[in-house]
Every structure is written in structure tokens, then in C-alpha cells.
Design a protein around this ligand. Structure first.
Ligand code: NDP
Length: 475
């Protein structure tokens, strides 16, 4: 069996590396080959508690008006037992299961059955069949990029329904929010477990599988690099983008509709959250081809982290601001609202411009202009598992000369704006900026560890030229 051979090979490589005294030599620049105790402890913590964290946030809104402390106080003082809270929690319903099944099936249909037509009439948009980056085993995958089209079709149908078809209420998502959570969990666990089994028994590309020998690590971080069913159903592209990110804007619209139903108006804070997050989501789909070159697709293996995370964590926790505003319809003063808008737009501009600069630089192999000048860069090289040597460049111009991850800085500014739109009464809507701060800092360190293994001394020259990670002069 190919996967078994690769697993044995992995053991051999690991053994050789131990003998050489190197942990991750060039040619093995995927995820951590050795599982250290801290990673293992974090993984066990997340596997056990991440579903509970999501439940706790959503339950706090449904039962405690979004207070994060009141449920704990109730439990600690004996005022309530866990069973009280659990008994008031809506269970899985046939209706929610039906809605969720139709939703996922519809997104699979849009993904698999309608080749992209947007690139034929939208100037500047890159869609249709596109190539991903070179994998550690030296493969180059092809992807059908049609996410923008799926997003547009889904939203046109949503507005058509809300305006004149009236098949269902636009509050349908809010009204079934907790029953849908159980459905999302079922799909998240099912797809992660399936991906694990597939990695062992019928991987798409055995050479790109990674077996660390630790069951929990492999389940969480994934074995297969690019699991696929057939030629085109790519797990990473599908689950990362749809159903979670297409749903993000629909979920916000449903929360806005609920505000309208409950209070007879939609607050300016809800409009701001819808607009700023809408821009972020639309940007994601407009740049879906670029997304093939980001860490999620280029470097992460597909396991529970991506499978469950995309089905549950993303749609439920990235939309907390909208949910909060249903329970607390904050009407912002003009200066506050304008400040939030300005911060959100500036963050978005930095995020997009930084990502665009790197994309342009890599696509043209440095033959472009950044801020009106020829970009400066550091030549670097790396070796794939099969021993082939590749050459690459690390840019030191534009935002990439300010800090090594200024795109994350822009992302954080935008994230902070969503939270500030909710006022200052509760901590719950601020979860997002806290989480993004941890996620992007960890991602930054993880990426740099990988780049350092990949580029060796060339990476050292780059970090000497651009010494800061997120904020020039600070970190
Ligand atoms: P980057 O787009 O920053 O990609 C990092 C990779 O770019 C490195 O691994 C390296 O890859 C290459 N690279 C690094 N430095 C340079 C340089 N100076 N010149 C050229 N290439 C370089 O990271 P992500 O993929 O993590 O992020 C993409 C975007 O997605 C970010 O803006 C981030 O904020 C956003 N994001 C949002 C999330 C969310 O949940 N909202 C989650 C994660 C990301 P190589 O091996 O090719 O050299």
C-alpha cells in the first residue's frame, strides 16, 4: 500500500535526521516532523475544549444576553446546574438537518457542476482552472476557481427570496442557530475522520502524506496534503471557502433581518459589521486564485484543524459581532461609527495592498514595480523531498520591507474595527480580535519556522534585512 510505504519512509527519514542531529532539514519543510510536548498539549486541549468553547459563546448569547461571566457565576455559586443550561439548549431538529443538508449539497453542486464564467466578463478577475504552488513532494495541483460565482449565485437567490419569492424567512439562520451548530459539528467531525482514514488507506498523493506517528497530532493537523475525490473535489479549497465563508455574509444578513424583526430597525453598528465583513468575504472570493498560494492551501495538511475549523469555528465565532448586535442593538454616535469605518477600511487597504504586492512580485518573478520602483529582494533556494533544487525570491520592498507580515497587521486592524462597532458593554464581541491576535501571531511564528527550514541561511539574510514581524520597531 502506497500510504504504508510512505509511512515507513517517514520513519526512516525521521531516524536519519535524528542521526544527523538536525530536526528538519531542507526538503522536509512541511509541518513539524517531530511532535513536541507543547504542540501535543495544545492539540489535546483544542480537541477537548474547542467544541465546548463554541457552545459556551453561543449559549451565553441565547441564555445570558451575551454575558460570558454570568453562566460561570451561576454554575460556581450553585445557582444553576449544568443540566439547567443543557435542558434549555435547543436540540438537533429535522428541520435544521434538512436546511444544513440542502445548504452543503447546494454548495457542492455550485463547486462541482458550474465551471467559472465570471472571469469571462469581469475584468481583472482570475477564475477558471488555476495551478497551485509546488507541494513538498514536487506536485502541482490544478483547481477549479469558481468561488466568486458560487457566492454571487447564492446571494442573488437569498435576496430574491427575501424580496419577492418568500420561500423562507431571512431570519431562518438565526432562528435555527443552535440546531444548525449540531449539524455543523457532525459534518466537521465526519469530514476530519474521513480525511484521516483516507490518508491511511487511499490517499490522493501518497508522497505528500505526513505521518508523525502521533495519532492525535495526525488527526488534528492532517495526514494528506491535498485530499481529493475524483479530479476536482479538493477538500481544502471546498471546506476553506465554502460552505463556511459563503455562509459568513448570509449569517450576518440573517442577523440583520432578526434585528429588523425584533426592533423595527437595523442599527448602524449592524450595517457596519455587514459592510466591513462583506468586503473581507468578497475580497476572499475575488482573490480565490491568489488564495491557492496562501499557507492554508500551500502548507497545511487537511485534518480536524481545517475540517472542523471551517465547518464550526469559522461560521460560529467569526460572526459573533452580528449575533451580539441582535441581543444588544447598539446605535453608534456619528464620530464612533466613522472611526470604525475608517479603521476597517484602512486595515482592509493594508491587508489587500500587502497581499497584492507579494502576489505581483511572485507572479512576475520580480519584474514589476512596487510603489513606483523596481522591487528589491533576496535570492533564495530550497530542495523538495525528491531532491530537486528550486530558486525563489523574498521581497524586501513595499510593505514587505516594513515588516515580514504586514498583511497580518492590516488584518488585525480590520478585525479590531468589527469589534469596536459593538460598543464597550461586553467582552464577547472582542473575542474575535483576541483570537485573531493569537492566531496570526502563532501563524507568523509557525510560518517563519517553516521558512527557516525551507530556505536555511537565505532566510537569515532576509530576517536581517527586515527585522520586525508585525509592527516596525515593536515586534
Ligand atoms: P502570507 O500570505 O504572508 O504567506 C506567507 C508565505 O509567503 C511564506 O510562507 C513564504 O512562502 C512567502 N513569503 C514570505 N515572505 C515573503 C517575501 N518577503 N517575499 C515573497 N514571499 C514571501 O501568509 P498567509 O497565507 O498566512 O496569509 C494570507 C492572508 O490571509 C493574510 O493577509 C492573512 O492575514 C489572511 N488570513 C486570514 C485568516 C482568517 O482567519 N481571517 C487566517 C489566515 C490568514 P514561500 O514558501 O512561497 O516562500
Amino acid at each position: 500500500m502506497a500510504a504504508q510505504q510512505e509511512k515507513n519512509l517517514a520513519e526512516e527519514r525521521k531516524h536519519q535526521n535524528m542521526q544527523n542531529g538536525t530536526k528538519a532539514s531542507q526538503g522536509q519543510w512541511g509541518r513539524a516532523w517531530e511532535v513536541d510536548w507543547f504542540s501535543l498539549a495544545s492539540i489535546l486541549f483544542l480537541l477537548m475544549f474547542a467544541p465546548l468553547i463554541v457552545y459556551y459563546f453561543i449559549m451565553s448569547c441565547a441564555q445570558y444576553q451575551c454575558s460570558l461571566t454570568d453562566p460561570l457565576l451561576d454554575l460556581l455559586t450553585g445557582n444553576k446546574h449544568l443540566s439547567h443550561i443543557w435542558n434549555r439548549t435547543p436540540m438537533l431538529t429535522y428541520r435544521a438537518a434538512g436546511i444544513y443538508f440542502l445548504w452543503v449539497a447546494f454548495q457542492v453542486f455550485l463547486y462541482m457542476s458550474i465551471p467559472d464564467f465570471c472571469h469571462k466578463f469581469l475584468p481583472g478577475y482570475v477564475g477558471g482552472v488555476q495551478e497551485g504552488a509546488v507541494t513538498p513532494a514536487g506536485a502541482v495541483n490544478k483547481y477549479q476557481i469558481n468561488g466568486l460565482q458560487a457566492w454571487i449565485i447564492t446571494h442573488v437567490l437569498w435576496f430574491a427570496n427575501a424580496s419577492f419569492l418568500h420561500f423562507f424567512s431571512p431570519t431562518i439562520i438565526f432562528d435555527n442557530w443552535i440546531p444548525l451548530l449540531w449539524c455543523a459539528n457532525i459534518l466537521g467531525y465526519a469530514v476530519s475522520t474521513f480525511a484521516m482514514i483516507k490518508g491511511y488507506f487511499f490517499p490522493t498523493n501518497a508522497k505528500d502524506c505526513k505521518f508523525t506517528g502521533n495519532f492525535f497530532y495526525d488527526y488534528m493537523m492532517g495526514i494528506e496534503f491535498n485530499p481529493r475525490i475524483g479530479k476536482w473535489f479538493d477538500f481544502k479549497l471546498f471546506f476553506n471557502g465554502r460552505p463556511g465563508i459563503v455562509a459568513w455574509t448570509l449569517i450576518n444578513l440573517s442577523f440583520a433581518a432578526k434585528q429588523q424583526e425584533l426592533y423595527g430597525e437595523v442599527t448602524n453598528s449592524m450595517i457596519l459589521v455587514n459592510i466591513l465583513q462583506g468586503i473581507y468575504v468578497l475580497d476572499f472570493f475575488w482573490n480565490e486564485a491568489w488564495y491557492l498560494k496562501t499557507i492554508d492551501i500551500c502548507h497545511d495538511h487537511f485534518g480536524w484543524y481545517l475540517g472542523w475549523g471551517d465547518c464550526v469555528w469559522l461560521p460560529y465565532l467569526y460572526t459573533l459581532q452580528g449575533l451580539y448586535l441582535v441581543y444588544h442593538p447598539v446605535q453608534l454616535g456619528t464620530a464612533h461609527a466613522l472611526g470604525v469605518l475608517a479603521l476597517g477600511l484602512l486595515g482592509y487597504y493594508i491587508f489587500r495592498a500587502t497581499n497584492h504586492q507579494k502576489d505581483l512580485f511572485r507572479r512576475t518573478n520580480g519584474n514589476c514595480r512596487i510603489w513606483g520602483r523596481r522591487p528589491q529582494y533576496i535570492e533564495c533556494s530550497y530542495t523538495s523531498v525528491d531532491g530537486t533544487r528550486y530558486h525563489s525570491k523574498l521581497m524586501t520592498s513595499g510593505f514587505w520591507g516594513w515588516a515580514r507580515h504586514f498583511n497580518y497587521t492590516g488584518d488585525l486592524m480590520g478585525s479590531l474595527a468589527y469589534c469596536l462597532a459593538c460598543g464597550f458593554e461586553h467582552i464577547l464581541p472582542y473575542f474575535y480580535i483576541i483570537y485573531m491576535g493569537i492566531l496570526l501571531t502563532h501563524r507568523c511564528l509557525r510560518d517563519e519556522h517553516r521558512c527557516s527550514s525551507k530556505y536555511g541561511k537565505d532566510w537569515k539574510r532576509y530576517t536581517a534585512a527586515v527585522p520586525y514581524r508585525l509592527l516596525p520597531g515593536v515586534f
